[in-house]
Write a protein that binds this ligand. Sequence first.
Ligand SMILES: C[S@@+](CC[C@H](N)C(=O)[O-])C[C@H]1O[C@@H](n2cnc3c(N)ncnc32)[C@H](O)[C@@H]1O
Length: 117
Amino acid sequence: MIGNPVNYDKKFKDCIPTLPIKLDPELKRYLNLISGKEVLDLGIGQGKNSIPLAELGFNVTGVDYSTKCLEICKNNCNKLNLIHSDIRTFNIEQGKYNLIHSRFVLHFFIRMIVMRL
Ligand SMILES: C[S@@+](CC[C@H](N)C(=O)[O-])C[C@H]1O[C@@H](n2cnc3c(N)ncnc32)[C@H](O)[C@@H]1O
């Protein structure tokens, strides 16, 4: 496996930053291209994009390694399907999702690859 998950539970131990829960304009622009309602968010964090998507009627599954982030999501929205898992080993069901997004997550792994070159 490449890289390590950032330990957000440790990061949020003493201070939980509140982030704006607002759909990214880039994602909003492409919503009409999504052919169905099933969405997967790899590294959901506090649900910045996924909470608005769930409120818009999408069936959102959010995966995260941080139990603290999942708890924050759960407290802010009861429409999310939340899974505690490392996305590097998470099994993505073939053909299930109409949109898979992962914002500000994959760069953690890319940084690790660069460091190993
Ligand atoms: C910078 S936050 C971004 C959160 C959200 N995608 C957003 O745009 O606000 C990165 C998130 O990825 C999660 N994460 C990092 N590596 C992970 C891994 N290997 N498996 C699951 N979650 C991971 C962290 O716990 C954290 O919630």
